[in-house]
Design a protein around this ligand. Structure first.
Ligand SMILES: O=C1C[C@@](O)(C(=O)O)C[C@@H](O)[C@@H]1O
Length: 259
């Protein structure tokens, strides 16, 4: 693949992802419907662009009817906010583990409601499962982010690029990788891989981040290096190193004004 491919931003409701400033996303991490409803009300007032429901925090995640019911409640509160549905598996830094058949069933059920704008599907699943989820999502005008997370280390640049390219080949509408730095060079590795993706391979938006305090800078520089969404924190963060939303917007604006 080369950068001769036309880059296609993703239009989600009023947002164009992959163009201009990175979009600010905050995660809902409640464990009960009531907590999620409360969090959704709080997010309604926040200066953010998107919301992610991290359903692996939800204690009734194995009851599909409760998941779809809670989704409707969230949607009633946030009718026009672009919404990502994410089950983050424990092996990739999430709170819970599902069998692969339950993981597929959960995502199929939610994609079929047409109530979310994007679903997050982890790259390290069977290709056939991923393809099936993409087909269902697309039938319901839902986009798919194919993601990968390494909470222990930062793989070499070539490996980061190869995972992002694989996600594109599998048919993601957007790709994502989050890695853990052990040194400042690891942060540069993530940024360098992102920049090379942008210049040579990416034909659709990607989301990349180096986590924890050392990697925080990578959550601010997406417009320069090529990451389209930045996950910020309001009260509780959903991963280490997320920048408080109160400061995030002004930093992104400042960097944008000087590019
Ligand atoms: O994949 C990501 C990125 C993330 O892990 C982060 O580092 O900000 C936070 C998660 O909630 C989200 O699903």
């Amino acid at each position: 693949m080369s950068n001769s491919h036309t880059f296609k931003p993703v239009r989600v409701k009023h947002l164009t992802i992959g163009e201009g400033k990175p979009k600010i996303c905050v995660s809902l991490t409640g464990s009960t419907t009531e907590q999620l409803v409360e969090e959704a009300h709080a997010l309604k007032l926040a200066d953010i662009d998107m919301v992610e429901w991290r359903v692996d925090f939800f204690e009734q995640v194995e009851q599909l009817d409760m998941v779809t019911h809670t989704l409707e409640r969230i949607r009633d509160i946030l009718p026009s906010t672009p919404l990502i549905f994410t089950f983050r598996s424990a092996k990739e830094g999430g709170q819970y583990e599902l069998s692969s058949s339950d993981y597929v069933a959960l995502n199929q059920a939610v994609a079929s409601t047409g109530e979310v704008d994007l679903i997050d599907v982890e790259l390290f699943n069977e290709a056939t499962d991923i393809e099936q989820l993409i087909a269902t999502a697309h039938q319901h005008d839902t986009f798919v982010i194919i993601s990968n997370h390494d909470f222990h280390q930062t793989p070499p640049k070539e490996e980061i690029i190869s995972r992002l390219c694989r996600a594109q080949q599998l048919g993601a509408d957007m790709t994502k990788i989050a890695v853990m730095p052990q040194s400042s060079s690891d942060v540069i590795t993530l940024l360098d891989a992102t920049n090379t993706m942008k210049e040579q391979h990416a034909d659709r938006p990607m989301i990349t981040m180096s986590m924890a305090g050392k990697g925080m800078i990578s959550r601010l520089t997406g417009e320069l290096f090529g990451s389209a969404i930045t996950f910020g924190a309001i009260q509780k963060s959903s991963a280490p190193g997320q920048v408080p939303v109160s400061e995030l917007r002004s930093i992104l604006n400042m960097l944008h004004a000087n590019l």
